[in-house]
Design a protein around this ligand. Sequence first.
Ligand code: SF4
Length: 384
Amino acid sequence: MSGSHAAARVYRLRKLSEVPIDFQRRGLVQVLLLWFDEHGRDLPWRRTRNAYAIWVSEIMLQQTQVQTVIGYWERWMREFPETKSLAKAPEERVLKLWEGLGYYSRARNLWRAAQQLVAVRGSLLPSTVEELMELPGIGRYTAGAIASIAYNQPAAILDGNVIRVLSRLMSMAGDPKGAENQKRLWAEARLWVEAATAEQLGVTQNRYGDINQSLMELGATLCTPTKPRCSDCPIASGCRAFHLGTPETFPQLAARPATQRRWFATALIRCQGRVLVSRRPQDVVNGGYWEFPNCELDSADADPAQAIGVFLGIDSARFQQCGEIRHSITRFRILQRLVGTEVASCGRLRQCLPGGKWVTLAELESLHLTGPHRKLARRLWRNG
Ligand code: SF4
């Protein structure tokens, strides 16, 4: 049996009610770190303490799965290995590298923050939560993650995984996003970090970043939203939800807003071997990305050819329906209904569409498109 497992087993022999809460937390911190040392996943951004590399990973990991992020992070770090190279990159290139990751304001905020850093701090990321939070796109969670992981500062973090773990450990009643519960959770997260000192652990270095990563890792791998693997959990002895036999009932999240359906008509218009696209304004969702001309429909039954014809000022009889694409963004379930046509003259249509231009299929490949429109572009490629 490995050292960490032995420690976990010994600790499990204690009865929760017999152990004073602070002592309990100290023991749990120790066991959780042993578990993390042995079972933590080998992720590329865990092989460095470079603050910029950790910052990029934390921003990419918001709302996105680890497996998806790995390739994006590696490509990004190859092209923009430090703040300076990101700051001087053209916006188009930054958005292109982010293409397909979604929540595109994250890319623009990273880029703006890099420019701010180069302009005022000689490109170095600050090490305190307060200073980090002055940068675009960095909130309390991300600031805590950078400060603790890159600079080993005693800064707490609270993301979805940590909220789930702590809510279960505390068997916390009520919505964890409520103001009072948020205070309790941040306070508890701080106590976990503060218990990871070199002195308490009997090691040579504080392990503030590691304890934060251990809590996140536990939430991502064992303490999952459904079917948590409590029998493998190193800190089950200190978990109130486990002792109650109801771990899945925590956290007690408020009901999510109901999903909402939306429908769009999207037009694939060709002219002399080129296709019409337009650029979204900067100040809207997915601002700055390219897309095929589209307009929202009132209902599932609305005629997409009719709607796009009115939108572009073209006779709707010229359009043929050519398929559908479904995708989801947050609570929205979106159906894009596709219509296509070929026109003889390119000039007038481009003028009807603000920010519009005609591009060849090769040029389309080099533009940055949002995920669903990239799917459409691939369909165009396949069909020639
Ligand atoms: S015992 Fe189960 S519910 Fe409690 S922290 Fe571990 S995995 Fe989560």
